[in-house]
Design a protein around this ligand. Structure first.
Ligand SMILES: Nc1ncnc2c1ncn2[C@@H]1O[C@H](COP(=O)(O)OP(=O)(O)OP(=O)(O)O)[C@@H](O)[C@H]1O
Length: 331
């Protein structure tokens, strides 16, 4: 790590925003360490894009203390703008001109000299595999190429913080994986990435830290691992080939859920080494042999559904035992 958690690239305290009588962000606190990927998740209309628009100076907040790149958003938006790059759902790519012309236009907007602009454009077109397409109009580009060009254009100004608003929506699996590698490359170079996404596997793959937005509040925050521990659903599954062993095990393991058809038992478990050892020790001492043991941990889909199933109830959607589990986990 080249950074410490003391260096926060993005800091928000009490961020509020309402449109008319609709409160979109109802007092949000965020802390994103420099050089990490932070992912904001939430259902459609939760306010993810609004958060990006505010933090990137495009829209003003109603309240809150906000710092981006060490600069106060209220007093020094110009410095914030110089430190960040934004690629959104509505791309900055001009379809009527070529990829290279788009890049050079960006270089002009960033006040690079003609020579420096050409050098940076060529380097980025190469890095994002767009050299062959560089002389063709952007209107002929595929969705994946357009996103790559969009990010390349964002990087012309060498931002240290990048906001990526749903960067892989609509891309095929290969292009999504390409984009993930690009994001990993950016972070390896020390860039901080603020990512909004509706793809939970994307947050799982990329994010150091994830926050779930629902009903105007952050209903959970933590690593993917911590969030997965918030929801029940983790279990160990024991499968037996013979009905005798199955019945013996079922009558002894009272908390297990039976599946008589597949002769399997499901035991609630967080999947820790200690819990697995206890189950194995118990099987040994009861002289019962399971034919298969599998561990199921909840995935981010389980977490998302559990935390965002009540659109209007706000933070109370985090079940108390789950909140305790997270606290325990963070100790
Ligand atoms: N300029 C605006 N004027 C009025 N309402 C707005 C405006 N911009 C956003 N909203 C409302 O604020 C809410 C949050 O919108 P936002 O686009 O931030 O959500 P989102 O989480 O990014 O959704 P999605 O995943 O669908 O992109 C929505 O109800 C939206 O209709």
């Amino acid at each position: 790590m080249t950074t410490t958690t003391h260096e926060l690239a993005i800091e928000a305290t009490g961020l509020r925003k309402a449109y008319g009588d609709k409160t979109v962000l109802d007092g949000i606190d965020l802390a994103v360490p420099a050089g990490t990927v932070f992912s904001l998740l939430g259902p459609n209309g939760a306010g993810k894009t609004t958060a990006v628009q505010i933090l990137s100076t495009l829209v003003s907040a109603d309240a809150g203390t906000l710092r981006v790149g060490g600069h106060d958003l209220a007093t020094d938006p110009q410095a914030v703008r110089a430190a960040i790059g934004v690629t959104g759902q509505f791309s900055a790519v001009d379809n009527l001109i070529t990829g290279e012309e788009n890049m050079l236009l960006m270089a002009d907007l960033n006040h690079l000299s003609r020579r420096e602009g050409r050098r940076v454009s060529a380097e980025l077109l190469e890095r994002f595999d767009l050299v062959e397409a560089a002389q063709k109009p952007a209107s002929t580009y595929s969705g994946g190429m357009r996103r790559r060009l969009d990010i390349a254009m964002t990087l012309v100004g060498s931002p240290r913080i990048i906001f990526l608003d749903e960067p892989t929506t609509g891309l095929d699996p290969r292009s999504r994986h390409n984009m993930w590698n690009i994001i990993r490359g950016l972070v390896a170079g020390g860039v901080t990435v603020f990512l909004t996404t509706q793809y939970l596997d994307e947050a799982d793959q990329l994010a150091d830290s994830i926050a779930v937005l629902n009903g105007g509040k952050l209903v959970a925050q933590g690593t993917a691992h911590e969030l997965k521990r918030l929801v029940p659903g983790g279990h160990v599954r024991l499968r037996f080939t013979g009905p005798r062993a199955y019945e013996n095990a079922a009558s002894a393991l009272r908390e297990a859920t039976r599946d008589d058809e597949s002769l399997s038992l499901q035991i609630p478990s967080g999947g820790s080494q200690r819990e697995l050892r206890a189950i194995l020790d118990w099987l040994d001492s009861a002289e019962i042999e399971a034919d298969e043991l599998t561990v199921h941990t909840p995935d981010l889909d389980d977490v998302f559904f559990a935390l965002t199933s009540h659109p209007t109830t706000g933070p109370a959607t985090v079940p108390a035992p789950a909140a305790a589990a997270l606290k325990e986990n963070q100790r």
